[in-house]
Design a protein around this ligand. Structure first.
Ligand SMILES: [Zn+2]
Length: 1018
């Protein structure tokens, strides 16, 4: 025997229930189909007794075209809902401030992920009783739109007036914005999409507000004009901010080794004395060898940097006996073997013994003082020659280092390159030999100019070696062309002065994910200034006046006061078309000077960065330490909008009152294809969010999934890092959505679309609920709490996973399965059935708000179905709020008891399945149990619940082992830590009831006892 000393003895035979077999798929599949049963001679209940059963009934379709199932609820759950909630003035305010997308082109998956995540947050906040302030915006100014406008006009920007460019650019932005807005609406975003409910950086009010912030920065002395190197895009003919750069990993350069001859005029004593020793009285030349990846910058050379602490070698090359002596970093010699060939080292001296030595090169004009070797601690022995060519006109580090030495106070920065990236006339006057300069003049430094330079070096005999190099190099993010560094006169915001306060204000910001804090902080820390001027027409002007003769710039808080008031009255375009006289402030009008207007516009990151001021103005009521509760954008915005918002807010604040404009800062990754590759036109792997919603041309390949599915995908991905999407991922989301839809449909159908809860229906009290009911309520409470916390923490994948698990494990496989019998066959007033209906209603009403932020259309559809019998018009599912469940549902005793029963249940299910498989399907299985002491106690305590839980006609818990019944179909043993339990499935002794299909009918009766009492007398 298999039992642990206990003997199983059948007390009574019991029949497997097969109720509802013709009604639901799961029940049909479990044991036998109705047709097979009919062959067995049983009465088909669907014919005779269907009318007497409480069968599920609903108008809620299993599945329908998204256009049919979502469209009717779109307005109610988006603009209508936003309007309704905005009127609930007594609610606390929650502000999610929308980072403006660039108003250019159709929406892509990145837009979809971004807007849907924001919408989920907003909808949850609304359900929690808050009033949501969410104003969608657009970033409208800037080069890409200006380019598009010029392209459509078919003209170059040099040939057209700024005001004409602005007019067309505005139209382009308006047109593209309209397209994007219609596409955003398809995502089911809760917002007021009217002109008043949205913002644009080209709105008049927005521009004036932005200028006022600019004025505050000017007043604090944070804005200055400087001639210095900036990232310059020759293809855009404009300065670029760091955020407008893209780093290409495999940019190809042609680095060169070049020798610069030491002039006798000025020489460091250490070098001089060593030369005396090694030259042996000969007057041979001495060269400093530099290495550069950008030979085109050589005309701008102003110094050579050496590290005082590194050693440098003096050497003579065997194959070049007339060349003289070369000086190269000692640690680089081995790496340069190939370039140098055979050589003899004559002596070693430290870098400090070279500093102060004068030299000359091809572009060192005789009229300017000779450049010098300079100590520079940043010089490393890792690459190059240990001697660094310093061109402050083309390098930020060079500029900073030479500024620190005071050299640039005495000398003008050399930068003979124009805004198109071509050598200017200056290169001719810089060159020792004007003919050399002529060869370069007008040529593009990144193409033919650079090549010409290498030719010149070769011909002049100063080229020691050359090679090729693949390395990381900055490109213009819009034109995808390489950029250069070029000194120009630009307006800068001094970040150094405010970054301490900015970093301090980040301390109170909550970062999601937390790891992004250090990323953001390092971006702020590394920035010392922000080049805010752009040489384009389509933007907010930097309203500076210039002295026409001296080029002196006038930009003061007072001059701006006057100019902004003029622009506030006449519009910002007036800067470009109005006479300069109108902009000269009264105190300068009669000073005898002639002024011209500046033509620079403000960096678009400054535009969008000041958007927080819109909230400040609109929501004067919003106080506390956070102006906006949440900012949520892609991770690239740590360099972009998050930072420009922080810096403008810090710069414009009163000293000591600086605060970040956001409380929670959330970032999401990029959307990649299903192979983890970036989506691009050239790879043909772009998935459009609109295609997911509406379907593609080939509906088989690209089915119309609807907005809820796109939203479910967005909620289910770990958005903190890069995420992927593809047909397989979408099909998985569709399966989850189908499951959730079926789950709510089952409940709606048994609640008769809400009808079952009306009239004289009396909900069951807690005391009337069974152990299973209590267990499901406990699970529901845990789901509610988990999802509430997950939404609060912006952990949406956790919500989706919890919902999915609850629908599958708790409802579909357990509760729905075990309650079908009472739901279909018990009388409507039966206490068990009433308890079940009460629990189903609780589940549905709790579940709808949980899924609503992610699946608003489904939530509205359920809400509509549930309330359609109401005489009052149905309102949004969001209006009734979140249903927080009392904690006391979480009763440990309930879960403990159920855990044991569920463990037995899963074994019973296996045994039943086995019995069904082994025996021919005409045999009717029955279960019996024998058990160890503790287990049997547990099972006996459950009483009649067992047959419900195991979905069989009867269950017997026996004290002792017995010889197997002659009707035994299957036997199974559970060994739980020494406690043995024998499960026996036996065929039923009673007959099948034709109404409920349980084997509980005695031969002399037409129906089982339960059905007999449930069916009204004929
Ligand atoms: Zn029956």
């Amino acid at each position: 025997m298999l039992t642990s000393g206990s003997i199983a003895r059948p007390l009574r035979s019991i029949r497997v229930r097969a109720i509802g077999a013709p009604l639901t798929r799961s029940a049909t599949c479990r044991y036998y189909s109705s047709s097979k049963d009919a062959k067995d001679g049983a009465v088909n209940p669907s014919k005779t007794y269907t009318a007497t059963m409480l069968l599920p009934k609903t108008t809620f379709p299993l599945w329908a075209e998204p256009s049919v199932r979502e469209e009717p609820f779109r307005q109610r759950t988006t603009s209508g809902l936003y309007k309704w909630q905005a009127e609930q003035k007594d609610r606390p305010l929650f502000v999610l401030h929308d980072g403006p997308p660039y108003a250019n082109g159709h929406l892509h998956m990145g837009h979809a992920l971004n807007k849907i995540l924001k919408d989920i947050i907003n909808r949850y906040q609304l359900l929690r009783g808050n009033r949501v302030d969410y104003v969608p915006g657009w970033d409208c100014h800037g080069l890409p739109i200006e380019h598009k406008a010029l392209k459509e006009l078919g003209v170059r920007h040099e040939t057209i007036s700024p005001i004409a460019v602005r007019k067309i650019a505005r139209q382009v932005a308006e047109r593209d914005m309209k397209v994007q807005m219609e596409e955003f609406k398809q995502f089911g975003i809760m917002a007021d999409w009217s002109h008043e409910g949205t913002y644009r950086t080209m709105d008049h009010d927005y521009e004036i507000r932005q200028l006022r912030i600019f004025q505050k920065l000017v007043k604090k002395g944070l804005i200055s004009r400087r001639y210095r190197p900036v990232h310059w895009s020759p293809s855009s003919k404009s300065a670029l901010a760091e955020a407008e750069l893209e780093y290409v990993e495999d940019h190809k350069s042609f680095p060169v080794y070049v020798k610069f001859q030491v002039t006798g005029g000025q020489m460091a004593p250490g070098l001089a004395s060593m030369l005396e020793n090694v030259r042996n009285g000969k007057d041979e030349p001495v060269h400093l060898v530099i290495w550069t990846t950008t030979p085109w910058t050589l005309p701008a050379n102003m110094a050579i940097g050496v590290n005082a602490k590194l050693d440098y070698a003096l050497l003579r090359r065997t194959e070049h006996p007339d060349e003289g002596i070369l000086i190269i970093g000692k640690d680089r010699l081995e790496a340069l073997n190939k370039v140098l060939g055979e050589y003899e080292v004559l002596g070693i001296l430290p870098g400090s013994a070279l500093a102060g030595t004068a030299y000359s090169h091809l572009f060192h004009s005789s009229t300017s003082p000779a450049p010098l070797v300079t100590e520079w601690s940043d010089v490393e022995a890792g690459t190059g020659t240990g001697l660094v060519h310093m061109a402050p006109g083309h390098g930020k580090e060079d500029y900073a280092a030479l500024t620190a030495t005071g050299l640039l106070d005495k000398l003008d920065i050399v930068c003979p390159v124009d805004d198109g990236g071509r050598y200017t006339d200056d290169v001719v006057s810089l060159a020792k030999d004007p003919a050399v300069g002529e060869r370069l003049r007008g040529k593009e430094v990144l193409s033919d100019g650079g090549k010409e330079m290498v030719g010149i070096l070769k011909e002049s005999g100063v080229l020691v070696g050359q090679g090729t190099l693949k390395h990381k190099y900055p490109y213009d993010w819009k034109t995808k062309k390489p950029i250069i560094l070029r000194a120009t006169s630009q307006w800068f915001a001094n970040v150094d002065d405010i970054k301490g306060a900015a970093l301090r204000s980040l301390r109170t910001v909550k970062f999601h994910p937390e790891i992004s804090r250090s990323r953001m902080e390092s971006f702020v820390r590394e920035r010392s200034e922000w080049c805010i001027s752009r040489q384009r027409a389509w933007g907010v002007p930097i309203p500076a006046l210039y002295d026409a003769e001296t080029d002196e710039a006038i930009l003061t808080a007072e001059s701006l006061d006057h100019i902004i008031s003029v622009l506030a009255g006449k519009g910002v375009d007036y800067w470009f078309e109005g006479p300069v006289e109108d902009f000269i402030p009264p105190n300068l009008r009669n000073d005898g000077r002639k002024y011209v207007k500046g033509t620079d516009t403000v960096d678009v990151w400054f535009d969008s960065g000041t958007s927080w001021s819109l909230i400040k103005e609109r929501l004067a009521e919003k106080d506390g330490d956070r102006l906006c509760d949440v900012y949520l954008e892609g991770s690239d915005q740590h360099r972009g909008w998050f930072q420009s918002s922080l810096l403008t807010a810090t710069g414009a604040a009163e000293v000591g009152k600086e605060a970040a404009p956001y409380g929670d800062l959330i970032t999401h990754g990029f959307v990649l294809d299903d192979k983890g590759k970036k989506m691009s036109k050239s790879d043909g792997n772009i998935i459009s969010p609109l295609t997911i919603i509406k379907g593609g041309q080939n509906k088989k390949k690209d089915p119309a999934y609807g907005a809820d599915l796109l939203r479910l995908w967005a909620a289910s991905v770990e958005y903190g890092r890069d995420v992927s999407i593809g047909p397989k991922v979408l099909a998985q989301s569709a399966e989850t959505l189908r499951k959730l839809r079926n789950t709510v449909r089952f409940m709606l159908a048994n609640l008769k679309d809400g009808e079952a809860l009306q009239g004289d229906f009396k909900p069951a009290t807690r005391e009337e609920l069974s152990l299973i009911d209590n267990y499901v309520m406990l699970q529901l409470q845990q789901l509610e709490q988990t999802c509430r916390e997950a939404y609060r923490d912006y952990n949406f994948p956790r919500v989706v996973a919890s919902l999915n698990r609850f629908a599958t494990n708790t409802l579909s496989s357990l509760y729905f399965d075990v309650t079908k019998d009472t739901l279909y066959a018990d009388p409507v007033t039966h206490p068990t059935r009433r308890a079940t209906i009460t629990v189903l209603s609780e589940i549905l009403h709790t579940l709808v708000p949980i899924l609503a932020p992610i699946l608003p259309h489904l939530a509205e559809e359920v809400n509509q179905t549930l309330n359609q019998q109401d005489s009052t018009p149905v309102v949004s599912a969001f209006s009734s709020g979140w249903r927080e469940m009392p904690l006391d549902w979480n009763n440990p005793a309930v879960s403990q008891r159920m855990d044991t029963l569920l463990q037995v249940r899963s074994e019973v299910m296996i045994a039943l399945e086995q019995a069904r498989k082994d025996k021919c399907q005409r045999v009717r299985p029955t279960t019996e149990h024998g058990t160890g002491e503790a287990m049997s106690e547990h099972l006996r305590f459950a009483g009649s619940l067992l047959k419900t839980l195991f979905v069989v006609s009867n269950v017997q818990v026996l004290h002792q082992a017995d010889r197997p019944s002659e009707r035994l179909l299957c036997e199974r043993v559970i060994d739980d830590r020494g406690q043995k339990l024998v499960l026996r499935v036996v065929s039923p002794a009673d007959l099948k009831c034709p109404r409920c299909w349980q084997f509980t009918r005695s031969a002399e009766k037409d129906l089982c006892h339960r059905c007999f009492t449930a069916v009204p007398p004929q």
